[in-house]
Design a binder for this molecule. Sequence first.
Ligand SMILES: [Ca+2]
Ligand SMILES: [Ca+2]
Ligand SMILES: [Ca+2]
Ligand SMILES: [Ca+2]
Length: 67
Amino acid sequence: MLGGEDAFPADLAEWADNDLDGINNNADIDIDDDQMPDDREIVYGLDPPDGRDALRDSDGLDNLTKY
Ligand SMILES: [Ca+2]
Ligand SMILES: [Ca+2]
Ligand SMILES: [Ca+2]
Ligand SMILES: [Ca+2]
């Protein structure tokens, strides 16, 4: 959970855009643009705002390939 951080406090519909792709985090299914949806990152125990973790794995296969 990213609780509480709102970069646009004046606009309740506007939230931080973590990956700066023009889609606010609350509407963006992939907030780090690593091509793995955030819900899938959570399933794999990854960090949705971390754009590098989809390519980081312990078994030699990157998580993006497995996805
Ligand atoms: Ca975004
Ligand atoms: Ca992602
Ligand atoms: Ca995105
Ligand atoms: Ca990630």
